[in-house]
Design a binder for this molecule. Structure first.
Ligand SMILES: Nc1ncnc2c1ncn2[C@@H]1O[C@H](COP(=O)(O)OP(=O)(O)OP(=O)(O)O)[C@@H](O)[C@H]1O
Length: 238
């Protein structure tokens, strides 16, 4: 069962050279994979194509059995509800509470206040922040802020969770905690793709890696690693 399929996808911004060129890959439902590559390799562009923040110049993109390349503008909000996104800098609103930040995607989706509150609490619970609803994000640590960002990304229960450098500002220990959270979502069936520069962390975790190099997907190997991925520490793969 395939969650994401790219077929000969290229993306060019304006008249420049291809940011992505002839990309072919698949992500299975429930798969957990990393996306790596140098700065400017095209990682963010690849994620944006999956969220329909950008359209490909050529090729075909299928997400959850929907062809994004023929999707009409009216369908885009429904598509975005299926795709949760986590950014490096959280993109939290510091003039709103934690609750309001996590509830933002639900307001767009039009839930009743009671249903929205139930979902926000469930999302905060899933990242270990239950009880923080009334706080302002500015009072929280960097790791906690990133958890609020993740709660907001999963509040619509997306089938696909994308993250762009989600541990970029965090120390190694906090990075592992955040990665463990992503693994927990995978364990309940969510497909997860994480763009990151953190090669040491990727090597410790040992999941499939998609490697971009100047817009080309060079390698997409499945690393020899058993599927029990709950432990990031203490397992010697060296
Ligand atoms: N909106 C845009 N307009 C024009 N060019 C763009 C735009 N966004 C990205 N690019 C170009 O496309 C290429 C790929 O950029 P992208 O942001 O996808 O790379 P990245 O791998 O995510 O980089 P980083 O790790 O630095 O975030 C780069 O050459 C970049 O300058």
């Amino acid at each position: 069962m395939t969650m994401v399929r790219f077929e000969r996808v290229s993306k060019r911004y304006g008249a420049g050279k291809d940011a992505l060129s002839n990309i072919n890959f698949e992500l299975a439902r429930g798969e957990f994979a990393f996306l790596t590559g140098h700065s400017g390799a095209g990682k963010s562009t690849l994620l944006k194509l999956m969220m329909l923040m950008e359209r490909p110049t050529r090729g075909k993109i299928i997400v959850d059995d929907q062809d994004l390349t023929t999707m009409r503008p009216g369908q885009i909000p429904y598509h975005r509800r299926k795709v949760g996104v986590v950014f490096q800098n959280h993109q939290l609103l510091f003039d709103r509470t934690v609750f309001e930040n996590v509830a933002l995607p639900l307001q767009i989706a039009g839930y009743t206040p009671a249903e929205a509150a139930r979902r926000v609490r469930a999302a905060l619970d899933s990242v270990g922040l239950l009880g923080m609803e009334g706080r302002n994000p500015i009072e929280l640590s960097g790791g906690e802020q990133q958890r609020v960002g993740i709660a907001r990304a999963v509040v619509n229960k997306p089938a696909l969770l994308l993250a762009d450098e989600p541990t970029g500002n965090l120390d190694p220990e906090l990075s592992e905690e955040i990665m463990n959270l992503f693994l927990r979502f995978q364990q309940v069936g969510v497909t997860v793709l994480i763009a990151t520069h953190d090669i040491a962390l990727i090597e410790r975790m040992g999941h499939r890696r998609l490697i971009l190099d100047h817009g080309e997907l060079h390698c997409s190997e499945l690393q020899a690693r058993k599927s029990d991925s709950s432990d990031l520490l203490g397992d010697d793969h060296g």
